[in-house]
Design a protein around this ligand. Structure first.
Ligand SMILES: *Cc1c(COP(=O)(O)O)cnc(C)c1O
Length: 369
């Protein structure tokens, strides 16, 4: 590693966040560890290994390849693939304790046929209002009960996903009611899925009454609550850091960066830092974000370019090349959160975190024994 730009991942924070979530959920409710999207940019295998050590029994990923990555990385816990899987993945899934998501009878038949003489474990996804994958709640009971008779499949789970748990409690309650009806009818029809699960991070925080057999927190594990969470105290896991590379005096009236979108109004000390949009420090942060240098906030001035961007350190006279810079995270008692950067760009912390590119080495810190 020759370039000083890194994402520090505090695995102790993952452990503590998991504990906080468990303390918040009923005893009978399993916490399913959502590690899709390379664990929201934190590194799926490393995060999964910690969750597994902490007795998380089910990990959720989005794609079959993400499941393979976990297995090849030595992760043993059961995995649920939330997205679609092709037939030729089924033998691997069967042999490697990977459960798949099904959404209708046709898909269930495809999985059953591909499993052959083995049995593939399936979770049925019910669309209670998100309008993406999943069988529509109105059709769900019949589809699920018919699917259950298909050879070589075992429907071990039923789940649904909230559309707006962070913003619309009434709709969230409606989805909950619809899902409860499907569960009731499926059970009345003679199928007893071992695990029914519904709530994502915002759902479990905003409707703690609906945690069922399992909850699927993602962003909350990474310490970025999507809604205020005064009673479930988590902290950010990731810090994005670099160092000042070049510190240079510019006269008043001098442009900084492509497009000269920032013109100095005074003699200015510009500090160049080796991070840009190819690292996931996005161009939308140009002239908006600030970073922490020597206990002060230094504004990003001019456009963020692919590999570098500039800070104004005029008001931080002690700043010199080599000084530590924090773009996301805490330093010197100050903090910048992924959520704050997201708001500057009109997006969400998820996109900021998953956008940190593979050019940025992940450095792991684990203070636990
Ligand atoms: C991503 C995802 C989650 C986790 O969502 P968060 O908002 O990060 O908690 C849960 N369930 C499903 C189906 C998902 O796709």
């Amino acid at each position: 590693m020759y370039r000083p730009t890194v994402a520090e991942i505090d695995l102790t924070a993952i452990r503590d966040n998991l504990r906080a979530i468990r303390a918040f959920t009923p005893l009978k409710t399993q916490v399913i560890g959502v590690v899709k999207g390379d664990a929201y940019g934190h590194g799926a295998v490393r995060v999964a290994a910690v969750l597994e050590q902490e007795q998380v029994r089910l990990l959720a990923v989005a794609t079959p390849d993400e499941a393979v990555e976990l297995r090849e990385g030595g992760i043993m816990a059961e995995i649920l693939v939330l997205g679609n899987s092709p037939a030729d993945f089924v033998p691997y899934a069967v042999a490697n304790n990977i459960a798949l998501t099904t959404v209708n009878q046709a898909t269930t038949m495809m999985y059953g046929a591909a499993a052959g003489s083995h049995t593939v474990r399936l979770h049925y996804n019910v669309d209670t209002g998100i309008g993406r994958a999943g069988v529509l709640a109105d059709d769900a009971t019949e589809e699920i009960l018919c699917s259950a008779t298909i050879p070589s499949v075992n429907i071990v789970g039923l789940y649904s996903h909230f559309a707006c748990a962070d913003s619309d409690p009434a709709f969230t309650a409606l989805q909950t009611t619809r899902f409860a009806a499907v569960i009731r009818e499926v059970r009345a029809g003679g199928l007893q899925p071992a695990m029914v699960h519904l709530a994502n991070s915002a759902g479990l925080l905003s409707s703690p009454g609906v945690m069922l057999d399992g909850v699927r927190p993602g962003i909350l594990l990474y310490g970025c609550p999507p809604v205020p969470a005064p009673t479930c105290s988590v902290r950010p896991v990731l810090a994005l850091r670099t160092v000042l590379e070049i510190v240079k005096e510019l006269p008043a009236g001098h442009g900084i960066g492509y497009g000269r979108t920032f013109i100095t109004e005074r003699p200015t000390r510009m500090a160049l830092i080796p991070i840009g949009y190819a690292d996931g420090y996005l161009r939308g942060l140009s002239n908006k974000a600030h970073a922490i240098v020597r206990g002060r906030f230094a504004p990003v001035v001019g456009r963020v370019s692919m590999d570098v961007c500039a800070l104004d350190v005029t008001d931080i006279p002690a700043a010199v090349p080599g000084d530590r810079v924090t773009l996301i995270g805490e330093q010197d008692g100050l903090s910048v959160t992924a959520q704050e950067l997201a708001e500057l760009m009109g997006t969400i912390s998820y996109e900021v975190l998953t956008g940190i590119s593979k050019r940025v080495p992940r450095v792991y810190i684990d203070k636990s024994p």
